[in-house]
Design a binder for this molecule. Structure first.
Ligand code: NAD
Length: 477
């Protein structure tokens, strides 16, 4: 039986990063993957979405350019080229990962893994790429096993959810997808809102049905209200506090969705319906009957070292409870491998930035004002509106802000919320500040280049003691 120090199951951003880290630390490592290398993030998640978004953001800017004296005429969209480029980017990144596996001596098995004991895994080759003379399945042995099998979209129990053109982000992003004239989105969370942004810019009609009283319910209220306002201004219809009753075939678009809003039964038609109501951890067929790690609801239960109730068996990423984010999974992967190797964790796993790629972008890290107060902190808030920021003005940016939440006693940064262009790139600085226990005075004490979006951090920090230099715009905008 082939034997390894570590077998990683799943090659998404959790699994592949963990495997490379383990190999670099001298562990004989294997990866088992039943689909395409790269998992959800690369094949039908972050990378395809953000590649499409790069194009649609440009489209939005081009439409806006006339004000600056540069007019684009006859802007056209070649949907198949758009999707083709997305596939090229995905393929390039996948080739990169495969090269890294090779360079680090990691063995890849293309098959489905079943954990048969704390130290053995059976790999079944469903799409056999090995010669016919080879077996349909093999058994492998490992000192440690790391589960990184991720999550799959939740299909809500709604009549008609299985009809044709009722899809999830998987079908929209993996392969050619389809451009629907009208897309109805059920679930106004992160996936729903990012897809709404892309499809709206591509000229499609978009409507959103969200069960709770606001879209992006997990985000700071002011941010979700601002994003909702921006989407409505672009013609997207949003229904909140609305409950979908059923989906049926019919109408001009081919699909009819009935829903209850403010106690009234209403209906809307669409050509395609996107179900984006959350993702659930994926463990189907992963354990043989006699392998039963403790579960935490649908998630695999782990301790602080990411070890399950079965010694030597670890789990990270979407398959365990926590933030379903690619960068969280990668960091957990590194931390788990470090623990397996007897090293202290090198990453602060408590500070995880969250980002939404809308226009403008959204990013948050650490505590919101409400969360800090609920935890008993007396807080000081610094806030700067982006319409006072030169870079935002010269780039024709939208309304937005940078908000800092600090401990009133010590001045330490507890959290930050950003609604501005490049928020997703800027938030790393604030994550570092929170992790290293820096204060708003520390944030104010360095020189940031001018003109940049980041200057708003200096202003927001200065705002805490009412010492921001560019106060005029703040007071008047
Ligand atoms: P989500 O949890 O972010 O949002 C789901 C939304 O659907 C919620 O607002 C919920 O109230 C609503 N909902 C649930 N049932 C509903 C129903 N029957 N009718 C109407 N609304 C309903 O989930 P998601 O958007 O599917 O994303 C899944 C995960 O992937 C999230 O954890 C998200 O953070 C992650 N993700 C992150 C990024 C990013 O970092 N930029 C991008 C995409 C996805």
């Amino acid at each position: 039986m082939e034997s390894y120090d570590l077998i990683v199951i799943g090659s998404g951003p959790g699994g592949y990063v963990a495997a490379i880290k383990a190999a670099k630390l001298g562990k004989r490592t294997a990866v088992i993957e039943k689909g395409k290398i790269g998992g959800t993030c690369l094949n039908r998640g972050c990378i395809p979405t953000k590649t499409l978004m790069h194009s649609t953001h440009f489209l939005a800017e081009a439409r806006n350019m006339e004000k600056t004296g540069i007019a684009f005429t006859d802007l056209s969209i070649d949907y198949s080229r758009l999707m083709g480029r997305k596939d090229e980017v995905v393929d390039k990144i996948r080739n990169g990962i495969e090269s890294l596996f090779k360079a680090n001596g990691i063995k890849v098995y293309n098959g489905t893994a079943t954990i048969t004991s704390h130290s053995t895994v059976r790999v079944k080759f469903q799409n056999k790429t090995v010669p016919q003379s080879e077996p349909d399945a093999i058994d492998l042995e490992a000192k440690n096993i790391l589960i990184a099998t991720g999550s799959v979209p939740v299909i809500p129990k709604i009549e008609g959810a299985n009809l044709e053109n009722v899809i999830t982000s998987d079908e929209l992003l993996d392969g050619e997808g389809r451009l629907y004239d009208k897309l109805l989105i059920i679930g106004g969370g992160v996936i729903g809102i990012e897809m709404a942004t892309i499809y709206n810019e591509l000229g499609c009609e978009v409507e959103i049905i969200e069960a709770l009283d606001r879209i992006l319910p997990g985000m700071d209220k002011e941010i979700s209200q601002s994003i909702a306002m921006g989407l409505k201004k672009k013609g997207i219809k949003i229904h909140t506090g609305a409950k979908v009753v059923k989906i049926s075939e019919g109408g001009l678009g081919g699909l009819i969705c009935e829903y209850i809003e403010k106690d009234n039964i209403k209906s809307t038609e669409a050509e395609g319906i996107l179900l984006s109501v959350g993702r659930r951890s994926y463990t189907e067929g992963l354990f043989s009957e006699d392998v039963t790690p403790e579960m935490d609801g649908a998630h695999i239960k782990v301790n602080a070292d990411f070890e399950t109730s079965i010694p030597g068996l670890y789990a990270i990423g979407d398959v365990i409870r926590g933030k379903q984010l690619a960068h969280a999974a990668s960091s957990q992967g590194i931390a788990a491998v470090e623990r397996i190797c007897g090293l202290n964790p090198s990453i602060d796993l408590d500070v995880i930035p969250s980002c939404i790629y809308t226009i403008p972008e959204v990013a948050s890290v650490g505590m919101s004002e409400t969360e800090a107060k609920d935890l008993g902190y007396e807080v000081k808030i610094g806030k700067y509106p982006m319409l006072g920021n030169s870079k935002t003005l010269l780039s024709m940016g939208e309304r937005g802000f940078i908000k800092l939440v600090c401990d009133a006693d010590t001045g330490r940064l507890l959290g930050a919320q950003l609604l501005c262009d490049r928020a997703t790139d800027i938030v790393g600085e604030l994550a570092l500040a929170i992790s290293k226990k820096l204060t708003y005075k520390d944030l104010e004490s360095i020189i940031r280049p001018h003109p940049t979006y980041e200057e708003a951090i200096t202003e927001a920090a200065g705002d805490i003691d009412n010492m921001a230099v560019h106060v005029m715009p703040r007071r008047t905008l």
